[in-house]
Design a binder for this molecule. Structure first.
Ligand code: UDP
Length: 357
């Protein structure tokens, strides 16, 4: 069997790595990197740390609007389907590269496999939600991380025989690499004494960082928190542009470049709490048992709220301030445990199904 994997953005790398490992020796695998994320800190470092093979083809789409990027990806992908003649195309998550890979596979009549299928925020103003819906409805095989995703797909009429609940591949990577993390070493590099309580923050979604006042409000709360405990904020390229203007009055924040996977997870596991709008970070904190505050109105990962450590506070700075305040005061919600099948073996289950397909 010949499999074409399409990746392009940071969360894709974290998800594709375990699937490619699990399929080693069981299929001829080709990896295409669309270039959606291209800076070394958002791309190359993940290939190194996650043992991803170098891409067989790089589309280098470069920075542009999602519409233009999708167009460029389709132009780049089109000849690759002729060149590699895959039996299946695997796409991951909900980014622009996921959508482009799905459309190209469908146009070429190649079996489409979606890893992390079925998640829904219910908010179609999010580009990620639109990407998920289109990809899921084009897919022949859908691998879901949790039963709520199966329910969403069933409600949308996706035939049950296409859906396999396999667990969370992002947790496969986390479980495998956790022993290589070193919280103290990363804190030392940031000038924060080991053992200090600190908050970790990541913000990158268009609705948070492009939408005017919200970003400024959230940053103001982070700046306030940083007068009590250090706040580490690795800045996503999308947020960087808006940051200079908003942060002139917050010198106590530790702003860094986007961190490599091992450094980021090192900080995540040791944090007193994490403030985020990321999808993957909601899942990782649940698995790590670290309190997470999500500054979004919705989550497509309800299992992290029901069973995990996640609290969705919306984009109201008052709710964020009060949630952070009570967590720092010691009111730590006890997680019910780790969601079923988030056991580091999701990719093995995927490989098992693919081998039969
Ligand atoms: N991550 C990282 N460095 C950072 C921020 C995040 O390695 O500075 C990792 C994080 O551990 C997770 C993934 O990137 O595995 C999440 O990606 P992102 O938040 O960009 O995307 P989303 O999950 O929201 O789709």
């Amino acid at each position: 069997m010949k499999i074409l994997h399409v990746v392009g953005a940071r969360p894709n790398f974290v998800k594709a790595a375990p699937v490619m490992r699990a399929m080693r020796g069981r299929a001829r695998q080709t990896l295409v990197h669309t270039g959606q994320h291209y800076e070394a800190g958002m791309s190359a470092v993940f290939f190194d740390q996650l043992d991803l093979p170098q891409p067989d083809a790089a589309l280098d789409v470069g920075p542009a609007s999602p519409t233009v990027q999708t167009g460029r990806m389709l132009l780049g992908l089109d000849p690759l389907f002729g060149r590699f003649r895959p039996d299946a195309c695997v796409v991951y998550g909900d980014v622009t590269s996921t959508l482009a890979g799905a459309l190209a596979a469908a146009q070429h009549g190649v079996r489409l496999v979606h890893v992390e299928a079925g998640l829904r925020s219910g908010d179609r103003t999010m580009p990620e939600e639109r990407n998920r819906i289109v990809t899921d409805h084009l897919a022949d095989l859908l691998f879901t991380p949790s039963p709520d995703a199966d329910g969403n797909l069933a409600r949308e009429g996706v035939p049950a025989e296409r859906i396999h609940c396999v667990g969370n591949v992002m947790i496969d990577t986390l479980a495998r690499l956790l022993p290589r993390t070193d919280t103290g070493a990363v804190l030392e590099r940031l000038g924060i004494p080991s053992g200090t309580r600190y908050v970790l923050a990541t913000l990158h979604r268009p609705a948070t960082v492009d939408g005017g006042g919200v970003f400024v409000d959230v940053l103001a709360v982070l700046a306030e928190i940083s007068t009590r405990v250090p706040v580490v904020f690795p800045v996503h390229p999308r947020s960087r542009a808006r940051l200079a203007a908003a942060l002139s009055s917050a010198p106590a924040l530790h702003l860094t470049e986007p961190l490599g996977y091992l450094d980021f997870v090192s900080l995540e596991r040791g944090a007193a709490l994490v403030v985020t709008d990321s999808g993957g970070v909601q899942e990782e904190t649940t698995w790590l048992g670290v309190p997470c505050i999500t500054v979004r109105d919705t989550t497509e990962r309800p299992v992290t709220v029901r069973e995990g450590t996640n609290t969705v506070v919306g984009r109201d700075p008052e709710r964020l301030r009060s949630a952070v305040g009570s967590l720092l005061a010691g009111d730590r919600r006890r997680a019910a445990g780790r969601p079923a099948l988030w056991d580091g073996r999701a990719a093995e289950r995927i490989a098992g199904v693919l081998a039969e397909a």
